[in-house]
Ligand binder design. Structure first.
Ligand code: 5IU
Length: 455
């Protein structure tokens, strides 16, 4: 018996691979079951496995990262075997604010190998990779113990990743059958199952659904739910100055946006009637309202600006933008504010305009405290990465990247999604100045839907 066959046989012996009738999480019946976690009870097997991994490892890999939990001991074994340092990716960062996504030392640009136990649709690997890349790591290689041959490996390859499964279910069957450990009936049953389930398409929007469920803030949950059901992460920035123009425009594009962003102080004919019409359009088309007020004063003044004056912003805005220039105390004042109608806060960490003073050091300072406040749901930024689970909103988005001659700098939707890794795209003149905003909206939507929020 060769070493592969002996190893695979041992996996069956210790119940990591079972044949029979199993009900999967999806409710589907499966003739086999794989769970490699039990391998931790067999250090000799773990050591053998790390030998297989080492054989496939690229020479230039600088860090090893296992996907929790099953692959963590595997990554540790490889690290001990090769001397390559390991990183631990936290599983639970989403609800933990400022806690680190990764434990262990690394530099941006380090090449990492991701270790996974089993790949099915590839969904969880896609999420892990995204988080590693958000931290500045380069995913050089992905090594997986067992490919269930249900579409995941192809999915990762199509995305351009170098992924190698050590074994596949078919090779496992063949090997075990050749050694007479399983009979033809089992082989045929599994083969029939694989033929029927060779391309599990993960629910395209499962990621965003999960994100919505896990989010600490109900307004963010609502925004994500809307984005999920409309499959749109577009926010229309409606910088029109007449209330009828605003309402008319939103009636046209409302079906394809998850939020409308306003500057209420530029509306020439503001009235309470305008707000009630705005809200009814928002209800009808299911989108939220952001007031881009960019609060930037001391705590007490901000509370007055939020709730007093003719605009009474907190009575209608779901979200507001806020500068953190006055420091943490101003956020704390909003946190301690006794008001049932508190809008969610979107701090401005970086601005899109040429020569903006929001540099790296400023962004770091903002990020050092803003996630401690439950009202904060994410940030407005350009290049900065936002802690996993918080939302990244990016303005300065246009299909044409020529500036506006007044300092605005534009990026294309695809650049913003793929390179800046933003969750929500804020489009102003690109939409409301278009001759036919609805047709233009479709163009933006088809780009915006390439976001990993929907994949
Ligand atoms: N906006 C920016 N950049 C920023 C921030 C806000 O453009 O950094 I903070 C606002 C200004 C305007 C909208 O209301 O987003 C962008 O409109 P255009 O797409 O028309 O440039």
């Amino acid at each position: 018996m060769n070493s592969n066959a002996a190893f695979l046989k041992k996996l069956v012996d210790i119940n990591c691979v079972k044949f029979g009738d199993f009900t999967l999480k999806s409710g589907k019946q499966s003739p086999f079951y794989v769970d490699l976690r039990n391998i931790v009870s067999y250090p000799d097997l773990l050591a053998e496995l790390s030998g297989f991994f080492k054989h496939h490892l690229n020479g230039n890999v600088q860090r090893i990262c296992g996907v929790p939990y099953a692959a963590l001991p595997m990554a540790t074994a490889i690290s001990l075997h090769t001397g390559i340092p390991m990183l631990i990716k936290r599983k639970e960062t989403k609800n933990y604010g400022t806690k680190k996504v990764l434990e262990g030392e690394f530099n941006k640009g380090d090449k990492v190998v991701v270790i996974e136990d089993v790949i099915t649709s590839g969904e969880s690997l896609v999420e892990t990779i995204r988080e590693l890349e958000n931290e500045g790591l380069i995913v050089e290689q992905i090594l997986v113990v067992l490919d269930r041959e249900q579409g995941g490996t192809k999915r990762l390859k199509d995305k351009g990743y170098n992924i190698t499964p050590l074994f596949s279910i078919s090779s496992l069957l063949q090997t075990l059958h050749a050694e007479n450990f399983i009979d033809s009936e089992v082989v045929n049953k599994v083969a029939a199952f694989l033929a029927e389930n060779n391309n599990i398409i993960p629910d395209k929007t499962d990621g965003i659904k999960q994100l919505a469920k896990a989010h600490h803030n109900p307004i963010a949950q609502k925004l994500l739910d809307i984005a999920h059901s409309k499959k749109s992460n577009l926010i229309a920035s409606v910088d029109l100055t007449k209330s009828n123009d605003i309402l008319h425009f939103l009636n046209k594009v409302g079906h394809g946006i998850c939020a409308a962003k306003l500057h209420i102080d530029i509306v020439e004919d503001f009235s309470e009637g305008f707000i009630s019409e705005l809200k009814s359009i928002a209800d009808r088309h299911r989108f939220l309202i952001i007031e881009d007020r960019k609060f930037a004063d001391i705590g007490n003044t901000q509370l007055l600006q939020l709730s007093k004056g003719i605009f009474n912003i907190s009575s209608w805005a779901d979200m507001v933008t806020i500068h953190l220039i006055s420091g943490e105390a101003a956020l704390k004042a909003i946190q301690q504010w006794d008001n049932n109608n508190k809008p969610a806060l979107i701090p401005i960490v970086e601005m899109s305009s040429e020569g903006a003073l929001t540099d790296k050091a400023y962004a770091e300072k903002c990020k050092s405290f803003m996630f401690n406040y439950p009202e904060v749901i994410g940030a407005v930024c350009q290049t900065e990465n936002i802690a996993s689970g918080w939302l990244k909103f990016t303005p300065g988005v246009n299909l044409s990247t020529a500036g506006d001659g007044k300092g605005q700098q534009y990026n294309t939707p695809l650049h913003v999604i793929e390179n800046l890794r933003s969750d929500f795209l804020i489009i102003g003149r690109g939409l409301y100045l278009a001759e036919d905003p609805e047709t233009e909206l479709d163009k933006y939507l088809s780009e915006a839907r390439k976001s990993s929020l929907f994949s």
